[in-house]
Design a protein around this ligand. Sequence first.
Ligand SMILES: O=C(O)c1cccc(C(=O)CC[C@H]2O[C@@H](n3cnc4c(=O)[nH]cnc43)[C@H](O)[C@@H]2O)c1
Length: 243
Amino acid sequence: MKDSTTQETAAPQGGAPRRVLIMTAVEAERNAVLRGLSRGGAASAPARDGGPAFDVRLAGVGSALAAAATAAELAADGGYELVVCAGIGGGFPGRAPVGSLVVASDIVAADLGAETADGFAAVDELGFGSARVPVTEGLAARWTAALESAGLPVCSGPVLTLSTVTGTAATAELLAARVPGAAAEAMEGFGVAVAARRLGLPVLEIRAISNAVGPRQRELWKIGDALQALELACSYLPEVLQS
Ligand SMILES: O=C(O)c1cccc(C(=O)CC[C@H]2O[C@@H](n3cnc4c(=O)[nH]cnc43)[C@H](O)[C@@H]2O)c1
């Protein structure tokens, strides 16, 4: 699947982004991100000491709300140079255990397409655009490396955006086969990414894993642990974006 959205515009002179918009689905995630950025010495606008300034805004749950909210934020303030989708998510068994982190290598709308007699056909195959948005590889690699160096459990791989939280082992297997290397699933990344790319802005997604993708066991979701992991991951972002 090839990305068919607008060509990415790098930060000025290819340098560090000076203004960063971070979108989360819910307030608890927003608070975790804010705590992390504060631990990492980040500033909210205006930027200090040449480091980036961050705004953390609510997207709501789901891709449509996330796209609308991100587009509205970007329309209200033309100064952003990087957009990040951050939150908790489900981890694919064997790829991302509960409590670990996934930095997206690609953001994939995994249910955007058609069911056919031969199986699922993505919009790419149908000729209606793309269900995949690539992230800014260099930044994603730097964030992953910083988290690895800090001894945090982290992997890089496709993060799937879905409208329905997976609730069976059969669906988990189907999705893992549909998107090779799938590491995590959540509900907002593609919406945030499409809004950002429409304006030529680079995009990243990070998910802290609260639950396994598979049979629904909501009582086992480790949301507190995932929010702590998200906070820690975001504490490295100011440094990563300056390096
Ligand atoms: O109840 C809470 O305290 C609480 C705190 C933070 C977040 C939540 C959510 O339920 C957020 C929903 C959000 O989580 C993502 N998510 C998490 N696991 C999965 C999954 O297995 N499949 C899809 N999405 C998942 C998703 O992005 C939702 O927006 C509750």
